[in-house]
Design a binder for this molecule. Structure first.
Ligand SMILES: NC(=O)c1ccc[n+]([C@@H]2O[C@H](COP(=O)([O-])OP(=O)(O)OC[C@H]3O[C@@H](n4cnc5c(N)ncnc54)[C@H](OP(=O)(O)O)[C@@H]3O)[C@@H](O)[C@H]2O)c1
Length: 495
């Protein structure tokens, strides 16, 4: 057995520490890892944002964030954690004052025995990534390779670029200032239990892999739908829309894991090579292979909610899609002729993220005199929403005199492993401290993901839709998305 490397001591420097992501996910994840002693004592956090705060004010701010996440703090653990929290105000948007960051990091390193290792987390708007990286490089806070024997790693949030050209430009900068070996492009979907379990399901079992191809699989559906709207993130969402927000990154990663070949070795390069091969085999999306939508006013859980154009920060004539469905073709030996359908959207009737593998009908319809109206083809569902579960349906004869066959399900609920739940950010932050790159997409993956969606996004920009808004909030999405599958003789599964 190869041992997993231990997490190493380090200073976490979080840019955008006052933002939504840091408050809701990063700070609570670091607190929990530290309080469970999953990360070493040689650890400290330096928070960076433009807002003026002192260390004491920052500690109160962090305590509030953790209390909101967990309903309180453990007095002992909090004391140990709080003594490792520092704040360095600074503006990294261009010509602004960078503040005392360099000095604070040096002092913290000496005080907390972090071995000089540094993790820079860019939890700021994507428009700031280049400026922050360039400044950190100029200040000699980061560099490719190691610095006096210590490592420096940079975590960058999605979206990584706005299209292939801008993501390439950002990658060139990354290569120059920190090097590919030090970059961790985070896609938190890769930290989810069920997503990682897709690999185990496929490659640690004998029964699935022999039927995991065009001979037995009719098609695959990947769904990523939410009840939520855009909250206070109107300006951000106007720039990205649904495809850049979740399809180009999370959904393509789910697809790649579902469709990849077994790697020869399950290390970072082996795993990422196989995902990249799948992405390379996906054909650019033609306009006729996709449907777009935008929500209008509607009702969710009995409460009226506004339409997208009525949300804060959104233009009354906005053409930004909040829903997309598409058919992808993977031109390789395993998947030729098997469509992969993706759908994603906001303000829909439920929250759901799932991968559905729909198998072909048996070659012979033997039970011609049976009532088979309740029988579907075999399907395998991996649900990655809060109630993470895996379900396999098969046909069974209904007991009794009537000749009837119905689909029944074998299902596995993650709750069976007990209540302990580690959110994806905990897994991934720990991986960064271990230097494990496996679950962080590589440069070529991100660029390939853009090459798949760029032609569609360009086409959509050039031909504004005439029918927006075209689905009410709380519905199943635009009617065109249903018709899209019906034309192929299929329908969306509900899991
Ligand atoms: N929120 C999520 O659930 C989520 C999920 C996935 C990915 N992401 C990604 O994570 C990043 C952060 O998202 P968010 O929702 O947390 O954004 P946010 O709430 O708008 O927070 C942005 C943070 O960046 C700081 N900031 C902005 N400009 C800065 C500058 N020039 N120099 C230094 N600090 C600056 C802001 O503080 P000041 O204004 O005080 O400087 C604030 O702390 C984005 O790239 C987003 O795409 C977010």
């Amino acid at each position: 057995m190869t041992a997993i490397p231990n997490p190493e001591p380090a200073t976490f420097i979080i840019f955008g520490v006052t933002g939504d992501l840091s408050q809701r996910l990063l700070l609570p994840a670091l607190y929990r890892l530290f309080s469970e002693r999953a990360i070493p004592e040689g650890f400290a956090v330096v928070g960076v944002a433009r807002k003026m705060l002192r260390n004491e004010g920052f500690r109160t701010f962090v305590r509030d964030a953790i209390t909101r996440a967990y309903g309180g703090v453990d007095a002992d653990a909090w004391q140990r954690f709080a003594s490792r929290l520092y704040y360095a105000p600074g503006d990294f948007s261009g010509q602004g004052d960078h503040g005392p960051i360099a000095l604070v990091v040096q002092q913290v390193e000496q005080q907390h025995r972090t071995g000089g290792n540094r993790v820079f987390y860019l939890a700021t708007p994507p428009s700031t990534f280049e400026g922050i990286l360039t400044t950190l490089h100029k200040m000699e806070l980061v560099r490719p390779g190691r610095r006096n024997g210590a490592w420096n790693r940079v975590i960058i949030e999605k979206p990584f670029g706005q299209n292939e050209a801008s993501s390439r430009q950002l990658n060139v900068l990354v290569d120059r200032v920190i090097g590919e070996e030090n970059i961790f492009r985070i896609d938190h979907y890769l930290g989810k239990e069920t997503v990682q379990n897709m690999l185990v399901l496929r490659f640690a079992n004998t029964v699935f892999e022999p039927i995991w191809d065009r001979r037995y699989v009719d098609h695959v559906q990947i769904t990523f739908v939410e009840e939520e709207g855009i909250g206070g993130r109107g300006r951000f969402y106007e720039e990205v829309g649904v495809v850049r927000d979740v399809v180009q990154n999370h959904m393509f990663q789910l697809l790649a894991i579902t469709a990849m070949e077994p790697p020869a070795v399950f290390d970072a390069e082996g795993f990422r090579n196989e995902k990249a091969k799948v992405l390379r085999a996906i054909q650019p999306i033609r306009p006729e292979d996709a449907v777009r939508g935008q929500y209008g006013p509607g009702v969710i859980r009995g409460k009226p909610v506004p339409g997208y154009r009525q949300e804060e920060g959104i233009s009354a004539t906005s053409m930004t899609p909040t829903y997309a469905a598409m058919r992808l073709a993977i031109d390789n030996w395993r998947w030729a002729g098997v469509p992969f359908y993706l759908r994603a959207g906001k303000r829909l009737h439920k929250k759901d993220t799932e991968i559905v593998v729909v198998f072909r009908q048996p070659p012979l319809r033997l039970f011609k005199d049976f009532d088979t109206s309740g029988m579907d083809p075999n399907i395998l569902v991996l649900n990655t929403t809060e109630e993470e579960k895996i379900l396999l349906s098969f046909a069974a004869r209904v007991p009794g005199h009537q000749q009837q066959i119905r689909s029944v399900a074998l299902d596995f609920d993650y709750a069976r492993f007990g209540p302990a739940e580690h959110p994806p950010y905990e897994h991934l932050l720990l991986d960064v401290l271990r230097g494990m790159r496996r679950f962080f997409p590589r440069r070529d993956e991100v660029e390939l993901q853009w090459t798949i969606v760029d032609p569609l996004l360009e086409h959509w920009d050039a031909s504004p839709p005439a029918d927006f808004p075209n689905y009410p909030a709380g519905s199943q999405g635009p009617a065109a998305a249903e018709e899209f599958l019906i034309r192929d003789g299929r329908q969306w599964k509900t899991g």
